[in-house]
Design a protein around this ligand. Structure first.
Ligand SMILES: Nc1ncnc2c1ncn2[C@@H]1O[C@H](COP(=O)(O)OP(=O)(O)OP(=O)(O)O)[C@@H](O)[C@H]1O
Ligand SMILES: [Mg+2]
Length: 258
């Protein structure tokens, strides 16, 4: 059974003055357990709206979101969302350890075991030695590592990530892509990733859905079958990698976007 099914989702926002914005036209897709899938689409096409709908934070205008066979009507327990603006989502008054433990406490786990688990997640995201630091004492990349560790502490079956590396410098971004792939391979979580960086989507994913401009719909689905573990230099240098990238660029241009 798919872990997630989106069935004919559309979303129209209604503003106070009576105006409407059609954000999502008609989206249907299925995600199988353990997959790493991405949506790629131009700015403003409705990507955040799509993720917020899947996370049960926004009610769709039409269509259904089904997680593990059950229709979503509020935030499902087995799913977590890492927001686009991660620096606003960490708790400034909690240390790195405190932030990551929050994820475990939310699951009702206050034991010493939870501190150990939080420490091992902190180590997994490469922040060993920073357990007692506060978010404002960390770089942007380190803050995003904390946000990822905290999200994983919930042990979500489905991790939704909204352009999580969008505001990081290029080198930090490559490093975090590899950290994320390593965690995904070790923990077996299903990841639904959103980005407008085409190469990032190709590097990370098993499958990519290409979205049109607003009102968004899926214009193409691509299977990405490069061997894993992938490598920033050799995978990106493959002729097939360039071929897929060029194909996506052409497709986006022919859609008149971004
Ligand atoms: N709460 C809201 N009320 C009204 N309109 C909204 C609301 N949130 C988003 N929109 C509109 O819906 C459209 C899609 O927005 P959304 O944030 O989902 O796009 P996005 O693809 O995530 O953009 P970006 O790549 O810039 O993050 C935009 O035109 C936006 O103005
Ligand atoms: Mg967005």
């Amino acid at each position: 059974m798919p872990i997630l099914e989106v069935q004919n989702l559309s979303k129209t926002y209604r503003q106070m003055g009576g105006e409407t914005t059609l954000a999502i036209g008609d989206i249907s897709c299925k995600v199988e357990p353990g997959e790493f899938v991405s949506f790629v689409g131009p700015s403003g096409c409705g990507k955040t709206t799509l993720l917020m709908s899947i996370a049960g934070l926004i009610a769709p205008s039409t269509g259904k979101i089904i997680v593990h066979g059950k229709e979503v009507s509020g935030p499902p327990a087995n799913l977590i969302l890492v927001f686009q603006e991660f620096n606003k989502s960490l708790f400034a008054w909690r240390s790195v350890l405190g932030n990551v433990r929050f994820g475990l406490e939310a699951r009702g786990n206050h034991s010493r075991e939870s501190a150990n688990k939080a420490r091992s997640l902190i180590e997994l995201v490469g922040l060993k030695g920073f357990e007692n630091h506060y978010p404002w004492e960390l770089s942007g990349g380190m803050q995003q590592r904390v946000a990822i560790a905290r999200a994983l502490a919930y042990e979500p079956e489905l991790l939704l990530m909204d352009e999580p590396f969008g505001s990081l410098d290029a080198l930090t971004r490559l490093e975090l892509e590899d950290t994320l792939l390593k965690l995904w391979e070790e923990l077996g979580t299903t990841i639904l990733f959103i980005t407008h960086d085409i190469e990032e989507a190709i590097y990370l994913s098993d499958r990519i859905w290409l979205l049109s401009r607003r009102p968004s719909q899926i214009v193409e689905e691509l299977a990405i079958d490069f061997a894993r573990p992938r490598d920033q230099i050799t995978t990106r240098a493959e002729a097939r990698f360039m071929g897929i990238r060029n194909r996506i660029y052409q497709r986006i241009n022919s859609e008149g976007a971004p």
